[in-house]
Ligand binder design. Structure first.
Ligand SMILES: Cc1ncc(C[n+]2csc(CCOP(=O)(O)OP(=O)(O)O)c2C)c(N)n1
Length: 681
């Protein structure tokens, strides 16, 4: 390859990006100008992908964690032959275009994950590397490496500053993810300042301390050095690699190395000057020299060849290991095995009952053996959240000491393990789960106390935005957790989660609702699902007396009704409070009040019903409605209406035994009845 052609290709990326931003009069030109050389070397010499089939399962994964540099990614996608035309490039950041402000999964061919919130992409990539490692360990056989790809990230200062990156990088180092490479765009400038004002730690030492292999490229324009660094990263198979590439924000522009080059168009005059400085035709916009395009487009043939070769590998594998191949192929198609749910337990009626977290544990362990895609864990809480998949192995490098096994789920430590131990890293857990789901082949789950869902809200939001199938298991779901006190008692978290579009939140009322909730969580393929579960035991309802727990699928259902289905009063609740309204209803009925009791485990499932079906459950004519939930009342007015009432928790909790807390906060049969009667008077 001639130096000139290389340079021409690098500058093509640069100015396509700059022109995109300039035409849109919006965007981030600084990062593409500086990072184009590393992107060029990576995409033309190392990245194995098939532009004609962006979904080829054994492709290398690439994540632009610094999503504000989206113009760089769109340039690469267009140039290497993905389904992204020059017209798309020219409509950067416009309504309905395929080149939105930040990369969006599912919107643009070749974009693996939605990035922009800094730090997330790096953690997603770590999730993808875990996914590759886990699949390879389960499915590969000697001479049959059916899963064998690398994961690459480009990350910026902002990415490395965010806490989630530290959490995830620490875990990646521990896990020795040798097929993960992060190119760090070390340009010493952020949005508002030089890094000398905010970010002066030695990044190489920091990552080395996490257990990463690090390489420094002193000159980010040195293609040979970048290539050698990628070679060194490839050669290092026992540790993830961080390549620190010293670059210049806004390279070649009058604003080079100034934060002014970060996030606004250069302006026509400076675009011209930059082109002149780098020897690019100053008057040409969106210029793609033929030789450069031809060189980039070699990716198409290379990709086709790679995928064809892999298809042959897969065919040979399918002949040698048909059962495994079937299983793998089904997973990669994101299909559920037909029999995945045959062992879901039915729980007998039981007044003493069990906590919904315990019911969840029973269900998870019943489905896990057949649903091999179910992989996940907790942020150091599985003894409490009950999410261990017993006997199915711990995802970890083989232990260095034989007594390393405290906390094991059983089944041995290996990369084939199905239990991910996230450590006390909720934020990374959420982002890594997104990486697993984004990779494909997994129904990932992550678990912690409901109150700590706050620590992982950014990736939950992104999972919802991307429509990723991730299951969250949030336990200790109310102040009924008792003595741990207000720091651990969620109050506003349910409302918080319900506020996220495209997230299904389910708070089941007993063991059988929990079983149905898990069915819904697994069957829902296009969005995340949060299961909200109790620490305390709840009675298992006698379903010969009450409606079937399958009603959960509708989000809300009539559990017990007034004579002839004509109530004067409606009581609604979710989760543990369903039993409270049930007891209150019994008492009110003894006073000849016609009461309907509704279990409402999921607002989102209810909202998905046609209005007519919702009206059957909540008839407009009945305006005396009381909702009861151990959380902020926000939002329940939608269901109780202007003339209804809501018994909720409007302050933080307190440290005390649960029974006393429930009394103090008014969650008693007496108080529910009094509030209900007041609605009728
Ligand atoms: C979580 C989060 N906080 C803030 C921002 C807004 N923001 C976008 S880029 C950026 C920092 C830019 O610095 P750097 O990461 O070094 O990128 P570069 O300037 O090199 O392009 C910030 C604060 C964001 N995108 N995500």
């Amino acid at each position: 390859m001639s130096r000139d052609l290389d340079q021409q290709c690098v500058d093509t990326i640069r100015f396509l990006s700059v022109d995109m931003v300039q035409k849109a009069n919006s965007g981030h030109p600084g990062m593409p100008l500086g990072a184009a050389p590393m992107a060029y070397v990576l995409w033309t010499r190392w990245l194995r992908c098939n532009p004609c089939n962006p979904h080829w399962v054994n492709r290398d994964r690439f994540v632009l964690s610094a999503g504000h540099g989206s113009a760089l990614l769109y340039s690469l996608l267009h140039l290497t032959g993905y389904d992204l035309s020059l017209a798309d490039i020219q409509r950067f950041r416009q309504w309905g275009s395929r080149t939105p402000g930040h990369p969006e999964r599912g919107h643009t061919a070749g974009v693996e994950v939605t990035t922009g919130p800094l730090g997330q992409g790096l953690a997603n990539a770590i999730g993808m590397a875990i996914a590759e490692t886990q699949l390879a360990a389960r499915y590969n056989r000697p001479d049959h490496r059916v899963i064998d790809h690398h994961t690459f990230v480009i990350a910026s200062d902002g990415d490395l500053m965010e806490g989630v990156a530290s959490e995830a990088a620490s875990l990646a180092g521990h896990l020795r993810l040798g097929k993960l490479t992060c190119l760090y765009d070390d340009n010493t400038v952020t949005l508002s300042a030089g890094t000398n004002m905010t970010f002066t730690e030695n990044r190489a030492h920091r990552f080395a301390a996490y257990g990463w292999h690090t390489v420094t490229v002193a000159d980010g324009n040195d293609l040979v050095a970048i290539d050698a660094a990628l070679q060194a990263a490839r050669a290092e198979t026992g540790r993830p690699s961080l390549i620190l590439v010293r670059t210049h924000l806004g390279y070649g522009s009058p604003e080079q190395d100034s934060c002014a080059a970060h996030g606004s168009p250069l302006g026509l005059e400076d675009v011209r000057k930059t082109k002149q400085k780098l020897g690019w035709p100053a008057e040409a916009d969106f210029l793609i020299p033929d030789e450069a395009l031809a060189h980039f487009r070699e990716a198409v043939e290379r990709g086709r060849r790679d995928e064809t070769a892999w298809n042959a590998t897969m065919s040979a594998y399918a002949k040698a290991f048909p059962t495994l191949a079937d299983e793998l192929e089904r997973r990669l198609r994101d299909e559920l095995p037909p029999d995945w749910d045959v062992d879901v337990p039915v729980f007998p009626a039981d007044v003493k009952g069990l906590a919904t977290r315990d019911a969840s544990a029973r269900v998870m362990n019943a489905i896990a053996p057949r649903l091999v895609a179910l992989v996940g864990g907790s942020a150091d809480l599985d003894p409490s959240t009950r999410t261990a998949l017993h006997g199915l192995g711990d995802f970890n490098p083989p232990p260095s000491q034989p007594d390393d096994e405290q906390g094991s789920a059983g089944g041995g430590w290996s990369y084939a393990g199905r239990n991910l131990h996230f450590g006390v890293r909720e934020h990374a857990m959420g982002a890594i789960a997104n990486g697993l789901a984004g990779h494909g082949g997994f129904v990932p789950f992550g678990s912690t106390f409901l109150v700590f869902s706050d620590y992982m809200r950014p990736p939950i939001r992104l999972a919802a935005l991307m429509g990723l199938h991730v299951v969250y298991v949030f336990t200790h779901d109310s102040l009924a957790l008792g003595e741990d006190g207000p720091t651990h008692q969620p109050v506003e978290q349910l409302a918080n989660l319900r506020a996220i579009p495209n997230l299904t939140v389910i708070r089941p009322a007993d063991a059988n609702e929990t079983a149905v909730a898990w069915r819904v969580a697994v069957e829902t393929r296009d969005r995340p699902v949060a299961l909200v579960l109790t620490r305390q035991a709840l009675p298992t309802l006698d379903r010969t007396r009450y409606a079937t727990a399958d009603g959960l699928r509708h989000g809300a259902y009539v559990l017990s009704d007034a004579p002839n289905g004509r109530p004067d009063l409606i009581l609604l609740a979710s989760g543990s409070e369903v039993h409270l309204i049930g007891a209150a209803a019994e008492r009110l009925r003894s006073e000849r009040i016609a009461v309907r009791c509704i279990s409402m485990p999921s607002w989102e499932l209810f909202e998905a019903l046609p209005q007519a079906e919702r009206d059957i459950v909540l008839p407009a004519a009945v305006t005396a409605r009381l909702a009861v939930e151990l959380g902020v009342p926000q939002g329940w007015d939608r269901y109780v209406g202007a003339r209804g009432d809501m018994l909720g928790v409007e302050r933080f909790g307190a440290s005390a035994p649960a029974t006393q807390l429930l009394r103090e906060f008014g969650f008693t049969v007496e108080n529910v009845c009094a509030r209900a009667r007041a609605l009728l008077s």
